[in-house]
Design a protein around this ligand. Structure first.
Ligand code: NAD
Length: 419
């Protein structure tokens, strides 16, 4: 039991996919094709550091499957980045784009580095160096990167500029998550959380949960988690009773003000110690009796070891890969409704797709239009997954995989890659 929870993230995706393919009549050769990335590039990037020394950084770009369109996926800068995590995230991007029916395949990239230890000048050189190395395999019609953990709109601006220089023309459509003044989209900043909030709204309708009196606990208070808290309170009046980050968490039965907590975190570096709240650790936060738990930090935080102790009615997976395959089974038996990651957090890539469309035809949309179209697309995807999960009596994750895999396989067949 424990051994399975120690699988690397890519092995987790393979187990999840296997569970879903059992419901689809796929040939063994097709399953094998889908179990591995189509292409991956391993690179070394030399950077002249501020002290004059040359340091070599290792990086990756994994293009998992492009049957449905150009690849799409973020770039992470992280000291513990590794190829299996990037492969897993590239696979999830493939299933995510197919599930919400946008015309992209899936990819992911990463550099092993600690951006907190780099100067701005070094960070810029590293960002440009990454693009120099992967230039040949990216482009608005090939593969479109985006920000992810520890990369932001400034990094995207440098990367887009580097690609444009090499190409010899301005090419905003090569990357999404750019600053608005360089072709970024309205509504991209909170798109992941907003999409997640729309899926929670649909889950609440299905489960008869009144969101205006619902209690919520959020693990992880970065971009995704903080916007989730703010939007759940602002749009529905839900009560945010617990919030955590990497240093620990806070709990207040009467409810926390998410914007005040964010202000406090920005000033002090953590939510811990926020006035009029008790401190709580991350493990205990997951065990709270609440209506909704939102993991918005790490992979593999709900495992066979703690799944049984979860008391929430809904788990909204804003983080990628928070739940291990064994935990999934425990939660399903307990009747806890899990909104799987590649549905719950698809808002980010949906608005990235909108950004790409706006760049290609050079006409920006208003924020209201972005939000309406995001709502329509993710709500439709949620309802499709829910209907299939009810029909086959499977959890939402398996149903989501069934839809995504069917769409990718169909595209591969139409292209004549498989028979
Ligand atoms: P972020 O770096 O802005 O925030 C991460 C937060 O998690 C920070 O508050 C950090 O303190 C906290 N954290 C780290 N370790 C923790 C721990 N052990 N316990 C509790 N909290 C911890 O990252 P983000 O962009 O908000 O992404 C969070 C998750 O959402 C990731 O899994 C990411 O892949 C996923 N996601 C994000 C987006 C997006 O658009 N931001 C899109 C899709 C998926």
């Amino acid at each position: 039991m424990i051994a399975k929870d120690k699988l690397n993230l890519f092995e987790v995706t393979q187990i999840q996919m296997d569970k879903a393919t059992n419901f689809l009549s796929l040939k063994l050769s097709v399953r094998k094709f889908l179990e591995e990335p189509m292409r991956e590039l391993h690179i070394s990037i030399p950077v002249k550091m501020d002290d004059g020394e040359i340091r070599i950084f290792k990086g990756f770009r994994v293009q998992y499957n492009d049957a449905r369109g150009p690849c799409k996926g973020g770039i992470r800068f992280h000291p513990y980045e590794d190829i299996n995590t990037v492969r897993a995230l590239a696979a999830w991007m493939t299933w995510k784009c197919a599930l919400v029916d946008i015309p992209f395949g899936g990819a992911k990239g990463g550099i092993i580095c600690n951006p907190k230890e780099l100067s701005k000048n070094e960070l810029e050189k590293l960002s440009r160096g990454y693009i120099d190395r992967i230039y040949d395999i990216i482009g608005p019609e090939k593969d479109i990167p985006a920000p992810d953990v520890y990369t932001n709109s400034q990094v995207m601006a440098w990367m887009m500029d580097e690609y444009s220089k090499l190409k010899g023309c301005n090419s905003p459509g090569v990357i999404t998550g750019k600053p608005i003044s360089l072709g970024g989209s309205q509504g991209r900043h909170d798109a992941t959380a907003r999409g997640g909030v729309f899926t929670v709204r649909e889950a609440a309708k299905h489960l008869n949960i009144d969101l205006s009196s619902a209690t919520v606990a959020i693990q992880g208070y970065g971009n995704a988690g903080s916007w989730m808290a703010i939007l759940m309170k602002n749009l529905f009046g839900s009560k945010i009773i617990a919030i955590s980050d990497s240093n620990g968490g806070i709990y207040c039965e009467k409810g926390l003000d998410p914007r005040e907590v964010l202000k406090y975190k920005n000033q002090t570096g953590s939510v811990k110690g926020f006035s009029s709240a008790e401190n709580i650790n991350n493990e205990d936060l997951l065990k709270l009796k609440v209506d909704i738990i939102c993991p918005a930090a790490l992979e593999n935080c709900i495992t066979a070891e703690n799944a049984d102790k979860i008391n929430a009615r809904v788990i909204a997976e804003l983080a990628n890969g928070p739940t291990s395959p064994e935990a999934d089974e425990v939660l399903f038996k307990k009747g806890i409704f899990v909104i799987p990651d590649f549905l719950c957090n698809a808002g980010g890539v949906i608005v990235s797709y909108f950004e790409w469309v706006q760049n290609l035809y050079g006409y920006p949309w208003e924020e209201k239009m972005v939000y309406e179209r995001l709502d329509k697309r993710i709500t439709h995807a949620f309802q499709e997954v829910l209907a299939l999960s009810i029909k086959h009596k499977v959890n939402m994750r398996i149903a989501a995989y069934m839809i995504a895999l069917t769409r990718v396989v169909k595209a591969m067949k139409l292209r004549g890659w498989i028979s």
